[in-house]
Design a protein around this ligand. Structure first.
Ligand SMILES: Cc1cc2nc3c(=O)[nH]c(=O)nc-3n(C[C@H](O)[C@H](O)[C@H](O)COP(=O)(O)OP(=O)(O)OC[C@H]3O[C@@H](n4cnc5c(N)ncnc54)[C@H](O)[C@@H]3O)c2cc1C
Length: 449
């Protein structure tokens, strides 16, 4: 099979706004058939443009068409589980599609793998009916019925507003949006919006559509309760004189997420440097590994506009058009400033560290409670002694929580990054071994020159 592995000049991993922009920019320079875009969803679009059973949004359609028209080839429904540098130069990506092995080679990579939600554990968070905020939105987009349901939205960040709006449009009732950041911090952040007219316009639209919904600031869920499934959530919120008081919300679902964290497993496999929980990159978004570029939320949480600019810069730079990429840097700097202000406004408060008690399960896959984990000084220690982070999700759920609660950094990743069938695993292992041999021929008709 090694000989039949297609080769490209540039492979983009992740088909969100960053990946689509990177593929369009790179293919625009390199020509048709030389750029591949890989994504694990059935259609490109990433998180914000996740399509499910619906037609793509106009912005998503434009981004997709731009990449296709430029000549990028789309490989969707592929989960990349391994990535390696090849001895003769370039990289191989190994994955699974529909239960079968999938592989491709590329001279250069653009990692645009996005972010995942941060879940913070609190008593009852494992009850059926408690979802990630973006996770429940993704389920609903794929056909999960939420009309008529009462959904409490809680956690932190502007994503809460976007999902609350989506739930209401779908016919759900949102009793409140519970934001942990203080009202003053959010107001200060909002005061920056006039400098970004498009964002101001979006925020006004969101604000108006959410006028009927109660919004609590400086508030957070402390307990989810119910008999076998979620029935109510107890929230701590400022009362008279700023003193904290508890309020209970009856609800069918809790949609809860405490911001986003960059998704870095592939990055770690490839040995790219990570700084302060995000992929480190130079001015033109090349990582510490020459030939590997990065774009979007893997570089830190920055929103749609920054993801798109990153994609264009990384795509152009990966295609060798460094000077053209450089022209976009002032735009990126403006978006970076916005992202820094966003992170400061929605910084997680200390009190959230006290939500766990010794019996609260933190690693859901391996059923490990906080009482066991808190005795371990480092993430590796926790893995070895308690198996926290070693289950099927490989720390994607508990990793963000452990970083916040215990300062444990997820510094290691091992293939396969996602569970795959034994047959695929055997095939990919054989293929990886074959490819480690020095290359004899790297040309594939119509693809790589
Ligand atoms: C759950 C969730 C929901 C969100 N919903 C909204 C919203 O409603 N509104 C909003 O404004 N912002 C939303 N955001 C934020 C939004 O995603 C960002 O602002 C921005 O669009 C990120 O773009 P991106 O291209 O960097 O990443 P993404 O859009 O996340 O795209 C990354 C893509 O890479 C794919 N990928 C990752 N690893 C692999 C792999 N190993 N193999 C194959 N494919 C892989 C992912 O599946 C994804 O499709 C959401 C974020 C999350 C995490």
């Amino acid at each position: 099979m090694a000989d039949s592995v297609p080769g490209y000049r540039v492979a983009v991993i992740g088909g969100g706004p960053a990946g689509l922009a990177a593929a369009a920019a790179a293919a625009g320079k390199l020509g048709a058939g030389r750029v591949a875009l890989v994504d694990d969803n059935v259609a490109p679009g990433g998180q914000i443009w996740r399509r499910g059973r619906r037609e793509p949004l106009p912005a998503a359609r434009r981004a997709e068409e731009a990449a296709r028209t430029a000549g990028a080839l789309f490989e969707t429904g592929v989960t990349m589980v391994d990535a390696r540098a090849l001895p003769g130069g370039g990289f191989v990506l190994l994955g699974e599609r529909a239960g079968a092995a999938f592989a491709l080679r590329a001279d250069r990579l653009v990692l645009a793998t996005g972010a995942t939600e941060r879940f913070l554990p609190f008593p009852g968070w494992t009850l059926p009916g408690v979802y990630g905020a973006g996770g429940l939105q993704a389920l609903y987009k794929s056909g999960f019925e939420i009309a008529g349901k009462r959904i409490l939205v809680a956690g932190s960040g502007p994503l809460l507003l976007a999902v609350a709006q989506a739930f209401r449009k779908a016919g759900a009732k949102v009793p409140a949006i519970v934001e942990q950041a203080p009202r003053l911090a959010v107001l200060r952040f909002a005061a920056r919006l006039p400098r970004h007219p498009q964002k101001l316009f979006q925020a006004l639209g969101l604000g108006l559509s959410l006028l009927p919904v109660r919004q609590l600031y400086g508030a957070w869920p402390v307990r989810a309760e119910g008999d076998g499934k979620l029935e109510r959530v107890v929230v701590s919120r400022p009362g008279k004189g700023g003193k904290l008081r508890a309020e209970t919300f009856a609800c069918d679902y809790l949609a809860c997420g405490f911001g986003l964290v960059p998704s870095l497993p592939l990055t770690r496999l490839l040995g790219c440097a990570v700084e302060q929980g995000r992929l480190a990159a130079g001015e033109l978004l090349e990582t510490s590994v020459p030939g590997i570029f990065a774009a979007g939320e893997s570089l830190g949480i920055g929103g749609l506009a920054r993801a798109e600019i990153d994609g264009r810069i990384a795509g152009l730079a990966a295609a060798g058009a460094a000077e053209e990429a450089r022209l976009l840097l002032p735009q990126r700097r403006a978006e970076e400033n916005f992202a820094t202000a966003l992170a400061a406004a929605y910084q997680l408060r200390e009190e959230l560290r006290d939500l766990v008690d010794d019996k609260t399960v933190v690693c859901r896959c391996e059923d490990v409670a906080w009482g066991e984990i808190r005795r371990c000084p480092a993430g590796r220690d926790a893995k070895l002694k308690t198996r926290a982070g070693m289950g099927p999700c490989q720390g994607r759920i508990c990793g963000g929580a452990l970083e916040f609660l215990a300062g444990h950094q997820a510094d290691l990743a091992r293939p396969p990054l996602f569970p795959i069938s034994c047959g695929t695993f055997a095939e990919l292992s054989r293929l990886a071994a074959e490819l480690q041999e020095p290359p004899t021929e790297t040309t594939h008709p119509g693809r790589k020159s």
